[in-house]
Design a protein around this ligand. Structure first.
Ligand code: UD1
Ligand code: CA
Length: 458
């Protein structure tokens, strides 16, 4: 179910599309579902149909709930699509990112073992908040679920709550749902009422406490989102640590779901690894590094930098304070140093861009050293142009390459040059005004201002 308004999020984005550790809420639920290998998956949509559909895996069917009349109505809207289906229907909410495939499989197992008409997942919480309460009879069997809004003082004390995952025998589900009404505090059709109706009809209902209490965590507000993210982050980091990654301070390290990290890599504090990032073995990342959708080889050192859509080969050195943008490719042993921005450019094997430079749309050959403060002037205000710098080139400090321009292998440029034409291999390109010294000018100036002319008089 993913059609709800998500009112408590106070958001223009549908609730199930809010992201948590790199995936939308609905994406987490979908990946838990995958473990169950359902014959069919139906997602009930209402708000932001297009946007939510776009985040669903292939093969998932969508059902439109015209009006958000409640969770029972949401399930009802699947009835036609499932008219000929006779098996087990697993019903769950799109806002429970911490539910795992394992828990779902366990629930299905219990359902089959018990031969129940309905099996639901519960959790026992110290603070049961606004979850639906599980009312059990004197013999311990489930009587019904009471929604928080409808619960009396005494019922609110119950600490066993409804996680929001149910397995129903299809026939029992449709038969019972037809009887559910909306005569409750919220005026909604509750799926939870199906449970009590089944019990009243003498059918077997089994409630199965989850092994993992976080599995039940429903995200209703931004507070819940942050809490669920903290738990998810802890789980992700734990997985990496158990696989041989050192995380110096897990409380200050943020790794999204799909990131891969090799053994013996050290994540220093304030490291953020996002998206499709892959980090090799024996790297040192951080302190203060953000890396997004980037492939990093083995033995890379990356300190205090922002890296997006780049490729960094084995043994490279990045930062502090480098900004690598999409298409930046550092080959083996290359360096992008302090206050260096690189975009859509290849920096060859062992080449260095150590200080204060902008490299855009450029090819830099292997073993080349770029002087401090070099700039590729790649944009003429209309088009982008390439700069090609060969192997073993040595550029002077403050060289500006006005692209398109080619610098041959083994060439040099003079400090402060504005290179507008090609520099052939092995040559020196120098393009700056010659220096002229005006004899005695400074001394004369001081005397005019009433001094002796010496530089230390003030
Ligand atoms: C629900 C349960 C509550 C349980 C809690 C667990 C009901 C009535 N209550 O409450 O017992 O403890 O989850 O997290 O089911 N939705 C629709 N269409 C609608 C209404 C909701 O598709 O008309 C979807 C929402 O998008 C959401 C899910 O159903 O993903 C749950 O709805 P929500 O309003 O969050 O239910 P809770 O109040 O959390
Ligand atoms: Ca909820």
């Amino acid at each position: 179910m993913a059609a709800g308004l998500g009112t408590r999020m106070k958001s223009a984005t549908p609730k199930v599309l809010h992201r948590l550790c790199g995936r939308p809420l609905i994406g987490w639920v979908m990946s838990a579902l995958a473990a169950v290998e359902p014959q069919r998956t139906l997602v009930v949509l209402g708000r932001g149909v297009e946007a939510v559909s776009g985040e669903l895996p292939r093969g998932v069917e969508t059902v439109l709930q015209e009006q958000q009349l409640g969770t029972g109505d949401a399930v009802r809207s699947c009835r036609d699509a499932l008219a000929d289906f006779e098996g087990e229907v697993l019903v769950l909410y799109g806002d429970m990112p911490l539910v795992s495939g394992e828990e779902l499989l366990r629930l299905l197992g219990e359902h089959r073992r018990e031969g129940a008409a309905c099996t639901l997942m519960t959790v026992v919480l110290d603070d049961p908040g606004h979850y639906g309460r599980i009312r059990r009879g004197a013999d311990g069997s489930v009587e019904r679920i009471v929604e928080y809004a409808d619960a009396g003082e005494e019922e609110r004390q119950i600490r066993e709550v409804n996680a929001g995952v149910y397995v129903f025998a299809a026939e029992a589900l449709w038969r019972t749902l037809a009887q559910v009404e909306s005569d409750n505090a919220q005026g909604e059709v509750y799926i939870t009422d199906a449970v009590g109706l089944l019990v009243a009809a003498g059918e077997k209902v089994h409630a199965c406490p989850a092994a993992d209490t976080a599995a039940a965590m429903g995200v209703n507000s931004r507070l819940d989102l942050a809490r669920a993210a903290a738990e998810m982050r802890r789980r992700i980091l734990e997985r990496h640590m158990l696989a041989g990654v050192t995380v110096v301070d897990p409380a200050a390290t943020y790794v999204e779901a799909d990131v891969e990290i090799g053994r013996d890599t050290v994540l220093e504090p304030m490291t953020v690894l996002r998206g499709e990032t892959r980090v090799g073995e024996g790297c040192s990342i951080g302190p203060s590094a953000t890396v997004v959708d980037t492939v990093i080889g083995d033995g890379v050192t990356l300190v205090a930098s922002h890296v997006v859509g780049a490729e960094i080969a084995d043994g490279c050195n990045v930062g502090p304070f480098a900004y690598l943008r999409p298409g930046a490719r550092l080959e083996r042993g290359a360096k992008a140093g302090t206050f260096v921005e690189i975009k859509n450019s290849r920096v060859g094997e062992g080449a260095k861009v150590p200080h204060l430079s902008y490299v855009g749309d450029a090819e830099i050959g292997s073993g080349t050293n770029i002087g401090a403060g070099n700039i590729t002037a790649n944009y003429d205000g209309v088009n982008k142009h390439p700069t090609r710098i060969g192997d073993g080139v040595h550029t002077g400090a403050d060289t500006i390459f006005v692209a398109p321009v080619d610098v041959g292998d083994g060439a040099m440029t003079g400090a402060g040059s504005v290179i507008t034409g090609d520099v052939p291999a092995g040559d020196l390109g120098i393009a700056r005004a010659r220096q002229r010294n005006v004899a005695g000018y400074a001394r004369k100036k001081r005397k005019e201002q009433g001094g002796t002319g010496e530089s230390n008089e003030r």
